[in-house]
Design a protein around this ligand. Structure first.
Ligand SMILES: NC(=O)c1ccc[n+]([C@@H]2O[C@H](COP(=O)([O-])OP(=O)(O)OC[C@H]3O[C@@H](n4cnc5c(N)ncnc54)[C@H](O)[C@@H]3O)[C@@H](O)[C@H]2O)c1
Length: 333
């Protein structure tokens, strides 16, 4: 198995390279030209590294030569001032260019796996709880729509060129290096400040028509320090919930999507075995870092939960990590 991994220096990508190398696969890692994170690949001296931007068809064509499998992780994620067209250029047309690269390479491709997102299910106001893969995908933001277009373009090319494909839709990915930042007062200040972005925020439906949420948070937090463990509740006091996906489970799921015959032609939600409630998330942070815990009431409820039964039954996906496992591998904040 000779696997091209795009986005190989990313949060998921570098872990996927490790997963594949451990499994004995021959890895070609695609990185952006001049990528400052390229040193993340130095623990893997035996892999081949190729430079290509998803906007550069000739470079992509070269990257796609002599590979039997593709794991497509490269993407434009949600970043403050990203120009709108970039989400489509990277996540939709970049996927098209990569598929064209596979076609131009001419060799039979045994599996093309696309990493997609819970963001395709309208994360600010999900159409169902929990979300199965059959839930409507109506994202109404640029990132989610770009990822959904990537899925559609893949399905079209797969049908045109007989490419065996699989799609994984990740919950919010948590890596041990970053998990200690979550469920903190400072973290929620950042998230709620997105309300000021209006419809430029990927979860704008959650904030739409609400009063100033940052003010509500700060009024209840009082003098609490920014590192205080904080979870949010709805007006009935019930904690918000969200599905998380430890990066180690993400790469296990990707590996199954890449290798299991049953995966072909299907999309799979990937998440931890159960959603994390904000009460639990804040308690984990409070215990691990010895900080006080606060629950703060918001005027609305929010639940973004992925149903993973399809991945379990068809792929044998069995996530091993909960939020607390990511924290326990991380040092003090
Ligand atoms: N992180 C999450 O919470 C999350 C949730 C759902 C889905 N996903 C999806 O999972 C995948 C991996 O996400 P991640 O968290 O590792 O992201 P990341 O931002 O850490 O990594 C993205 C990678 O893509 C590369 N990249 C960006 N633009 C590129 C371009 N124009 N050409 C070539 N490479 C480019 C970057 O260099 C980086 O290596 C993405 O497809 C993302 O949409 C992530």
């Amino acid at each position: 198995m000779r696997v091209l991994v795009t986005g190989a220096t990313g949060r998921v990508g570098a872990n996927m390279v490790r997963r594949l190398v451990t499994a004995g696969a021959d890895v070609k890692a695609m990185v952006l030209p001049g990528d400052p994170l390229r040193s993340k690949l130095s623990p893997f001296p035996d892999i081949e590294i190729v430079e290509a931007d998803l906007g550069d068809q000739p470079a992509i064509d070269a990257a796609c030569k002599n590979v039997t499998h593709v794991v497509h992780l490269a993407a434009q994620l949600i970043r403050g001032d990203t120009p709108v067209d970039r989400f489509y250029d990277v996540n939709a047309f970049g996927t098209l260019r990569l598929l064209e690269g596979v076609v131009h390479a001419g060799g039979p491709i045994e599996r093309f796996v696309l990493a997609s997102s819970d963001g395709t299910y309208r994360p600010g106001a999900p159409p169902a709880v929990p979300l199965t893969e059959d839930a409507p995908q109506e994202p109404a933001d640029y990132y989610g729509t770009g990822k959904l277009l990537g899925e559609l373009i893949l399905r079209n090319h797969a049908a045109q060129y007989d490419i065996p494909f699989s799609i994984t839709r990740f919950a919010t990915v948590v890596s041990p290096e970053e998990a200690g930042d979550m469920f903190r007062l400072g973290f929620w200040r950042r998230v709620l400040s997105w309300q000021a972005l209006g419809k430029d925020c990927h979860i704008w439906q959650l904030f739409d028509g609400q009063p100033n949420l940052l003010k509500i948070l700060d009024a209840q937090a009082g003098e609490a320090a920014g590192d205080t463990a904080v979870g949010l509740t709805g007006p009935d006091g019930a904690p918000w919930t969200l599905s998380l996906l430890d990066v180690r489970d993400a790469v296990d799921g990707l590996y199954l999507a890449l290798t299991e015959p049953e995966a072909v032609g299907h999309a799979f939600n990937l998440a931890a075995s159960r959603p994390t409630s904000h009460d639990e998330g804040a308690a984990v942070i409070a215990d691990a870092y010895g900080v006080p815990k606060l629950m703060i009431e918001m005027p609305m409820a929010h639940h973004l939960e992925l149903d993973i039964r399809r991945a379990r039954t068809m792929l044998g996906f069995e996530p091993r990590c909960e939020f607390r496992d990511a924290i326990s591998e991380f040092g003090p904040w």
